[in-house]
Design a protein around this ligand. Structure first.
Ligand SMILES: [Zn+2]
Length: 486
């Protein structure tokens, strides 16, 4: 341990600066505590108990973790609540400070309703489980080596502070400090959302616009079910009581993701109702609108605006159960929480590049017949979760000829390939205003009506693309999937 002291101290200072840069205003007040924590962090045993952590206690746990596991975690704040509390995000990954090129970023968001407290505590335990099992548990090691996991344990810290332990129902603490329901506060594809956008919502919107998250879970309480898009429906005014599903183009994928959670959960799959007055759910999953339609929800926003596959996980019949139940909830959810994130490694991934091999940023990508598009990152990366089958990828970028590539997805490992776009020699394709069913308010438009060019046979098609940097990942994933968690 002694020989490690120098480097650890250096990185520790670096970590502290990054954290200070992320937190803005009340850091001075906390500075003394912060440095005390840094100097004592290696003296105290690192642990997390099954009690509820208020904002101060949660912040302390996250800081301690970030100081103690500097090669595995990074702590940043995406903004502040109405009352000035930081919206902490902890990254857990073998590359916590840098996006790993070609590898997916995923996230969990908990406690969007302040009085739904189980998910918030589960996130702290999940962080603890990750950092204490990395290097010894091969599956966790593989997951953190190949995925960047962002965890926002509390999107509504103000609501949590006024919530009461033991209150299974009701609305005290559900809303933010201005009385807004944050899961009704996002832009909505189906209906105009006139609710004034709240700082917590703005912070999340900016966050998800900067990082291309592939997969996400939003953690709630008050029911036991995995609910998937769409939450809203074109005519919800008339369908509020009719339980009609609102089917998204990726319905098969969303059902699969929801089943991965419910089947790996201790009891969700049974679909039992929480009380006689509540519905049961076949296999523990439901379409959001079929349960009840809502406007301004976070999961539809993630999907339509950012191409991120988010589902809503209702983890406990009691919204804020006694702390003595927390260990039970952790054991019910642990495997499901981990296996759900690994689903980011299913489907297709790759890079969009130009003729010289340079990445093309913000190319618009769509899987044919799935009219929700998404954008490549600044490294030209794309990911899409898909079930086994044969698909066509449609790729568009300003100044380039559009392209369509057929590929196959198999069960065992993600399909990976590059798509090369060729410059349009004349009449650069710009300012197209093709209307698209799901283009939301995004600053790009899809161009469904432009001519699609078939790829030249044998050029950058999926069949020749499984060599390269993903082959080791694919093989690793395959063996781990087969060998771990059944
Ligand atoms: Zn909720």
């Amino acid at each position: 341990m002694h020989r490690m002291y120098g480097p650890i101290f250096f990185v520790s200072i670096l970590g502290a600066f990054r954290e200070i840069a992320a937190a803005s205003q009340h850091i001075n007040k906390d500075l003394t505590n912060h440095y005390n924590a840094r100097f004592h962090v290696y003296e105290e045993p690192y642990n997390i108990d099954f009690t509820y952590h208020n904002y101060e206690q949660m912040s302390r746990f996250l800081r301690t973790t970030s100081l103690r596991f500097q090669n595995l975690t990074a702590l940043y704040s995406i903004g502040k609540s109405v009352k000035g509390r930081d919206l902490w995000v902890m990254v857990v990954s073998s590359s916590p400070y840098e996006h790993m090129i070609g590898k997916p970023d995923v996230k969990y968001v908990a406690n969007i309703h302040g009085n739904e407290a189980v998910g918030r505590e589960l996130m702290l335990h999940l962080i603890y489980f990750f950092v204490t099992n990395y290097g010894s548990d091969p599956y966790i090691t593989w997951l953190l080596d190949n995925t960047r996991i962002h965890i926002l344990p509390s999107m509504n810290p103000d609501g949590f502070e006024v919530s009461k332990e033991g209150y299974c129902e009701g609305g005290q603490g559900r809303y933010n400090a201005r009385g807004f329901d944050l899961n009704r506060n996002f832009p909505d594809y189906f209906k105009q959302n006139n609710k004034k956008s709240q700082p917590e919502t703005e912070a999340v919107k900016e966050w998800v616009s900067k990082i291309q998250f592939v997969l996400s879970g939003s953690l709630h309480g008050g029911a036991l079910v995995a609910s998937y898009p769409f939450d809203n429906t074109p005519n919800s005014l008339f369908q509020s009581y009719t339980s009609a599903p609102s089917i998204s183009p990726d319905d098969d994928v969303f059902q699969h993701l929801s089943l991965v959670y419910s089947r790996n959960h201790g009891s969700m799959y049974q679909g039992l109702p929480c009380s006689p007055s509540q519905p049961g759910f076949k296999n523990g999953i439901t379409n959001g609108a079929q349960w009840y339609p809502l406007t301004g929800g976070m999961q539809d926003f993630n999907y339509v605006w950012n191409g991120c596959m988010e589902i809503t996980l209702e983890l406990s019949c009691c919204k804020y159960p006694p702390a003595s139940d927390l260990q039970f909830y952790w054991e019910e959810n642990r495997v499901a929480l981990i296996k759900f994130l690994a689903e980011a490694h299913r489907g297709v991934r790759g890079f969009v590049i130009d003729e010289n091999g340079n990445p093309i940023e913000r190319a618009s990508i769509k899987v044919k017949s799935r009219d929700v598009s998404f954008l490549t990152t600044k490294y030209g990366e794309f990911w899409r979760i898909l079930l086994p089958g044969i698909y066509k990828l449609e790729v568009y970028a300003n100044g380039y000829l559009p392209r369509e590539v057929e590929f196959r997805v198999v069960e065992q490992h993600p399909t990976s390939f590059n798509v090369t776009l060729y410059r349009a020699s004349r009449h650069p394709i710009e300012d197209e205003t093709g209307s698209n069913f799901y283009n939301g308010n995004r600053d790009h438009t899809n161009r469904d009506h432009v001519i699609h060019f078939r790829p030249h046979s044998g050029t950058n098609t999926a069949s020749e693309a499984n060599s390269g940097i993903f082959s080791s990942l694919s093989n690793g994933f395959n063996s781990f999937v087969n060998n771990w968690f059944g």
